[in-house]
Design a protein around this ligand. Structure first.
Ligand code: KIV
Ligand code: ZN
Length: 527
């Protein structure tokens, strides 16, 4: 992490603030996979989670700290000794780690959430930073809801925590309320009024409630911030966080304006975006800036004509700079291993021989069912291989019969990792309903389906369908997805992924005896 004046650090919080978004929770293997992709992308800091939130969160942060090399690994903590100690222990194995402590400072939070006077806030913030410094030299402090905090009070808090040893001061627009001019002023005010501010790194953390997270972050950078907190695809609480790919490409595309660099390898943006979308089940909107399917598509005749004359007429970035494959070359059943390997590489995936062999076998099987295979098909195969499909239950057989005017009948045969075989037949109102009932009965895991979506991964009548399923079970939300040319099978496998997630999370919950929602209690759990 080079600390030059023209370098902006990219602090990725996909695994913490991003994962907090409804339906975006990830299993530990998934978090590790994302963390490795972030390291390869070249982010400077990975905020791996909030260790005091639950035993599962603690374990995931610890796994990232142990296994992911390169970036600084950060963990979030409230300003309490218990939280900070838990975070410090989770992070201890990372060669470079950071404790990120936070406390709300705005009048609204002081009055309604914390019931604390200003003096108490300053006392606790200083105490939090002082404790954190006992464990780590790299301590970040965030005054939560900073953008709605009285400027003079915010300056007092920041000055006090700098004196206590904070090395990064992060200014969050927690509720996505600020606007660029106002936020730039806030940074300038702090730089003018806070003693010691030149000794620390200023950071910005924006939410997107009014669609201004990226603009506000860039304004903060112009006003002196040298770290941006952001997430892949902008996932996060409510409307999300500042989108990493957008802010990085704004800085590089408008380098002459900003005169600032990041350490991000932009050609990894597209594959990382797809990976996070696939794991979280949060689709990337077609028109999403930088990584959306249409971000480089030119439809109108005038635009196409211009593009043929010179790309710069309608393109401010090159698709290859963000890792978007230039061509949508079609592969088929006659394509060899070589062509397949090349395509996988061009799509930005690095597979070892074993993984490549497995995905190539799946590719061949798919090519027997489908005439042409597009990039979307290959992405789906790669993203769904390995960890993605792992879980205690696997589907051995699913047979569904459906005729108009009569109930559908499904038979499901499943195998559990402990060796159990379970088969059930069920009738339902349509093939998906019948398949779900048979799988639920065979596994004995009851779920309430909240939302079910199917969409085509690519084009053509033989396109693969992606089924995405959102369910509730025991007061928690889960998501599963799967891809197949047979959408009933995709729906069945999506349900199985959900059931596997439920079983895995129950293993963690039973071991810790605690639940994520019960964060305060978990904070006191001795690990
Ligand atoms: O939005 C926010 O205020 C946060 C802090 C914990 C940094 O996520
Ligand atoms: Zn946030």
């Amino acid at each position: 992490m080079t600390a030059t004046a023209d370098r902006v650090l990219i602090f990725d919080t996909t695994l913490r603030d991003g994962e907090q978004a409804p339906g975006c929770s990830m299993t530990q293997p998934e978090k590790l996979r994302v963390a490795r992709a972030l390291a390869e992308l070249g982010v400077d800091v990975i905020e791996a989670g909030f260790p005091a939130a639950s035993r599962g969160d603690w374990e995931a942060v610890n796994a990232v700290a142990r296994e992911v090399q390169g970036p600084v690994i950060a963990g979030l903590a409230r300003c309490t000794r218990e939280d900070i100690e838990l975070a410090a222990r989770a992070l201890a194995d990372a060669p470079r780690h950071r404790l990120h402590v936070f406390l709300a400072t705005s009048a609204i939070h002081r009055q309604y959430k914390l019931n604390m006077a200003q003096e108490e806030i300053i006392r606790r913030a200083v105490e939090g930073v002082t404790i954190a410094r006992e464990y780590c030299d790299d301590v970040e402090f965030s005054p939560e809801d900073a953008s709605r905090t009285e400027l003079d009070f915010l300056a007092q808090v920041v000055e006090a925590v700098i004196a206590a040893g904070a090395t990064t001061i992060n200014i969050p627009d927690t509720v996505g309320y600020t606007v660029p001019d106002e936020f730039g002023e806030l940074f300038r005010y702090l730089r003018q009024h806070v003693r010691g501010i030149d000794k620390v790194r200023l950071s910005v953390h924006c939410h997107d409630d009014l669609g201004m997270a990226v603009a506000n972050s860039l304004t903060a950078v112009v006003a002196g911030a040298r770290q941006i907190e952001c997430t892949i695809n902008g996932i996060g609480e409510r409307a999300g966080n500042c989108s990493l790919e957008e802010v990085v490409m704004a800085l590089s595309t408008r380098a002459a304006f900003f005169n600032l660099k990041t350490g991000v390898n932009s050609t990894r943006l597209y594959p990382t975006s797809r990976l996070v979308s696939s794991i979280t089940g949060m689709p990337v909107p077609r028109n999403k800036a930088v990584v959306g399917e249409n971000a480089f598509a030119h439809e109108s005749g005038i635009h196409q004509h211009g593009m043929l004359q010179h790309r710069s007429t309608y393109e401010i970035m090159r698709p290859e700079d963000v890792g978007l494959p230039r061509s949508n070359l079609v592969l088929g059943k006659h394509s060899g291993r070589h062509a397949f390997r090349d395509r996988v590489k061009q799509l930005g995936f690095e597979l070892d021989e074993l993984e490549l062999n497995r995905v190539f076998e799946e590719f061949k099987a798919l090519a027997d069912r489908k005439k042409e295979l597009f990039d979307g098909d290959i992405e789906a195969l790669v993203l769904r291989s390995g960890n993605f499909s792992s879980g205690p239950w696997s589907l051995e057989h699913l047979d569904v019969e459906a005729h108009s005017g009569a109930p559908a009948v499904a038979t499901a045969r499943l195998k559990h990792a402990d060796g159990r075989l379970s088969a059930r037949e069920a009738t339902g109102d349509g093939p998906v309903d019948a398949a779900y009932k048979a799988i639920v009965q065979a596994t004995g895991v009851a779920v309430t389906v909240r939302k079910f979506e199917v969409h085509a991964v690519t084009i053509g009548e033989d396109a693969q369908g992606e089924a995405i399923l959102y369910v509730d079970h025991d007061g928690r939300s889960y998501r599963g997805s799967s891809v197949s040319t047979n959408i009933i099978e995709a729906a069945g496998r999506a349900l199985l992924e959900v059931i596997n997630r439920i079983e895995l999370s129950q293993t963690i919950t039973t071991r810790s005896g605690e639940r994520r929602e019960d964060a305060a209690r978990v904070a006191n759990t001795a690990l």
